[in-house]
Design a protein around this ligand. Structure first.
Ligand code: GLU
Length: 299
């Protein structure tokens, strides 16, 4: 466990990415955040995770605001927009680099895939570490030539740097935490900043949770493996460790989790079809309204 203790009222955050329309899975996550905030008498913040400039669009950010207001969810204003905070991520990257834990990687996506011998917990190819072997002068020459690069964490070295096995407090959807052991080694040398990305998901979310004073992270179980990396980064950057509440996922009709890229029905669509926010809340297990026949499976 981290030795740092967070003082003050509990702070929760909902952190959608404006790269598509919100669906029932997002509604469930936002409502879980609202419920925990109410139970703990905490603050509820909104964070717009818009660092991926190719996929994130202002119209989706506007749709997020509409959908959340329609559902009756209230967040403290203003929301934190990640694209406005590149300096915070750069400072964290510098702090890791100062510990000699960062190296430049010039490999393209295809090269990473070709040389990979395994998969990370998200199913993406594990990085072989090819660029870790470059000397400082070789890397400097390639940077000089204007080659695009990412920054990667030297995972082996980073794990050696923390004093002991790391754990986090995992509540799931309950109220009693268990100590969950972090396994950051499963992720290999993760990207910290990308060729066209100010900071990766792992780095930005860890920095933001700390800067926003988040005490309780409520998010889907699909992100539970990522928490191993976040705990490691917290330790390396001397940041506090929140408690984590990874909740069940809303399933699609075919039993897989909802996803924007598979065009799962959006909240906007339900709204356009005359479904009420109370029905959405009821179908997801919140409130005692009538779900109007809307049935939802969670797993
Ligand atoms: N932005 C992420 C998503 O939309 C959530 C990140 C998090 O809650 O840590 O899936």
């Amino acid at each position: 466990m981290s030795s740092k203790v967070l003082a003050g009222p509990p702070v929760l955050r909902f952190a959608p990415s404006p790269n598509g329309l919100l669906h029932l899975g997002h509604a469930y996550s936002a409502l879980c955040n609202e419920r925990v905030a109410e139970e703990l008498n905490g603050r509820l913040l909104l964070r717009i995770e818009d660092l991926d400039r190719t996929r994130c669009k202002p119209r989706y950010e506007a749709a997020i605001a509409d959908d959340l207001a329609w559902l009756g969810l209230r967040f403290e204003a203003p929301a934190r927009r990640q694209s406005e905070h590149a300096g915070d991520y750069a400072a964290a990257l510098d702090a890791l680099a100062a510990q000699d834990l960062v190296y430049p990687c010039f490999c393209s996506r295809a090269e990473v895939a070709r040389a990979s011998s395994g998969r990370d917990p998200d199913g993406a190819p594990l990085y072989s570490g090819a660029c870790r072997a470059l000397s400082a002068s070789q890397a400097a020459a390639r940077i000089e030539r204007g080659e695009k690069r990412a920054s990667r964490l030297d995972m082996g070295r980073a794990i050696d740097r923390v004093p002991a096995r790391l754990f986090w407090r995992e509540f799931g959807e309950g109220s009693t935490p268990v100590a969950e052991a972090a396994e950051p080694e499963r992720w290999g040398d993760i990207v910290l900043s990308g060729r066209d990305l100010a900071a990766s998901y792992h780095l930005s979310v860890t920095v933001d949770d700390a800067l926003q004073g988040v005490t309780d992270v409520v998010r889907g179980r699909d992100l539970i493996a990522a928490t191993s990396v976040h705990r490691l980064l917290q330790e390396l950057l001397d940041l506090p460790a929140p408690g984590y509440r990874h909740h069940r996922l809303v399933l699609d009709l075919d039993g897989t989790k909802l996803a924007k890229r598979r065009h799962s029905p959006s909240l906007a669509k339900f709204r356009a079809c005359g479904v009420s926010p109370a029905a959405i809340r009821a179908a997801l297990g919140f409130g005692d309204g009538d779900s109007g026949g809307l049935a939802v499976a969670l797993s």
